[in-house]
Design a protein around this ligand. Structure first.
Ligand code: HSE
Length: 441
């Protein structure tokens, strides 16, 4: 896109800790892709941070340590609040909204405890206060509850919404480790909040649960009424006894609507080991949402981390930017999400795709057959990861081979040669293997 003809949306960031940095680097690294979606450039024009080392903040013209300079800058369209805590974050957000600026915050404590006041200020000034990143990091659960499931009366939701707590319980269960020991490791790994009691006493999860319950049931934010119990009293013995009974212990946030009212509670909970939530391990987050029309749905992903949380902050910025850029002739969100599509990205044929393969070959149980099959695979540069040869039930024997990655066209040629062998019967069964490259799928 030529920069002269392209409009721009100007962003100011207050606070360059983990999430602020993640946000800045996504906006900078994915600038072209974001510009294609928006039909405009997203530019970070001003940053306020405690550390004024310019080398640590490349590509930003105005760097200072006063967040109020960001919210009072007339050139800033959208303010990002990633300072955390209540002060000065509350005043910064309030002033930005009062100045008619849209605000994106990752601050769950601020939204859960003072969101009612701030949303009123946003409404008075006809601006948005967006907070997707405040709950479950990179999982777009606010959008799910507020938009995706808008047709439903939400009956209940239950989630693992504190990664540190889940990491601790997972480690205690897997290795019979004591609580304090695993907490120390979580702190060393950087998972825990600055004050780890927020994680282990359930306050962090209660902030997130309060926010989700408000959106799910259409009630004001009421953090003080959320029952909050932590995990520090759970022992490896409790986990073992629960396991014997077919359960595992997870620290859950649960919100439920009944004829008697709304439940909002955070506490350790026994859930059947067969439940999907029981298999969410480590620092991952997952939320089950039950709506009267849709039934149960589940959302899983990283609940913390610079870029995962930054991903949700930037999504909020893009939502607001789309709204700022909309006019009577164009829809706020383009039908396929992009104003400028990638016309030059070709869709690959299946022949061109690389994959690992499971092969089942039915061959004569004879000396040399296996060697010949290996020889053909070697000829086509296909490396073998594992082989199983089952007991023969007739003169034929099933040979199971797992290959390393290979382009499908090459594998087809090898299969054709193996199928042409006199000692191989029937056609070869091939199933593609998808390892997701070590990422949890
Ligand atoms: N300390 C939080 C957690 C980080 O462990 O989930 C994100 O809120």
């Amino acid at each position: 896109m030529s920069s002269e003809s392209v409009k721009s949306i100007n962003v100011g960031i207050c606070g360059l800790g983990t999430v602020g940095n993640g946000t800045l680097s996504i906006i900078q690294n994915n600038a072209d892709e974001i510009a294609r979606r928006l039909g405009a450039e997203l530019r970070v024009i001003r940053v306020a941070t405690r550390s004024l080392n310019r080398d640590e903040v490349p590509g930003v013209a105005n760097l200072g340590n006063d967040p109020f300079a960001v919210v009072n800058d007339p050139a800033v369209d959208i303010v990002v609040e990633t300072i955390g805590g209540f002060e000065p974050a509350f005043e910064v957000v309030k002033q930005a909204l009062g100045n008619g600026k849209h605000v994106v915050t990752a601050n769950k404590a601020l939204i859960a405890e003072r969101g009612n006041e701030l949303f009123a200020v946003a409404e008075e000034n006809a601006v948005c206060l967006a907070y997707e990143s405040s709950v479950a990091g990179g999982i777009p659960i606010i959008k799910v509850l507020r938009e995706g499931l808008a047709a439903n009366k939400i009956k209940w939701l239950a989630g693992i919404i504190n990664g540190t707590g889940n990491f601790i319980l997972t480690e205690m269960a897997a290795k019979q480790r004591q609580f304090e020991d695993v907490l120390q490791q979580a702190q060393e790994l950087g998972y825990a909040e600055a004050d780890p009691s927020f994680d282990v006493e359930g306050i962090d999860a209660a902030h997130k649960l309060t926010i989700m319950a408000s959106i799910a049931f259409g009630i004001p934010l009421q953090f003080a009424k959320t029952y909050t119990e932590g995990i520090s009293h759970i022992t490896p013995e409790d986990i073992s006894y629960a396991k014997e009974l077919g359960y595992c212990i997870k620290h859950l946030g649960i919100a439920r609507l009944s004829e008697r009212g709304v439940e909002m509670r955070v506490h350790p909970t026994l859930i059947s080991s067969k439940q999907l939530l029981a298999n969410v391990d480590g620092v991952a987050n997952a939320i089950l949402v039950n709506g009267d029309a849709v039934g149960s749905t589940m959302y899983y992903g990283p609940g913390a981390g610079a870029e995962a949380t930054g991903s949700a902050v930037v999504a909020d910025i893009i939502d607001i930017a789309r709204y700022l850029l909309a006019d009577a002739k164009t829809p706020v969100v383009p039908a396929l999400g992009y104003r400028s599509m990638h016309q030059d990205l070709e869709v690959l044929s299946i022949d061109e795709i690389e994959s690992e393969f499971y092969l089942r070959i039915t061959a004569m149980d004879k000396i040399g057959v296996m060697a010949r099959i290996s020889g053909i695979l070697q000829e086509f540069d296909i490396s073998i990861e594992a082989v199983i040869q089952k007991e023969s039930i007739s003169e034929y024997v099933p040979i199971i081979i797992l290959t390393h990655r290979v382009v499908e066209k090459q594998l087809n040629q090898a299969i054709e040669s193996i199928e042409a062998m006199a000692d191989v019967s029937e056609s070869i069964t091939r199933i593609r293997v998808e390892p997701f490259h070590g990422e949890q799928g």
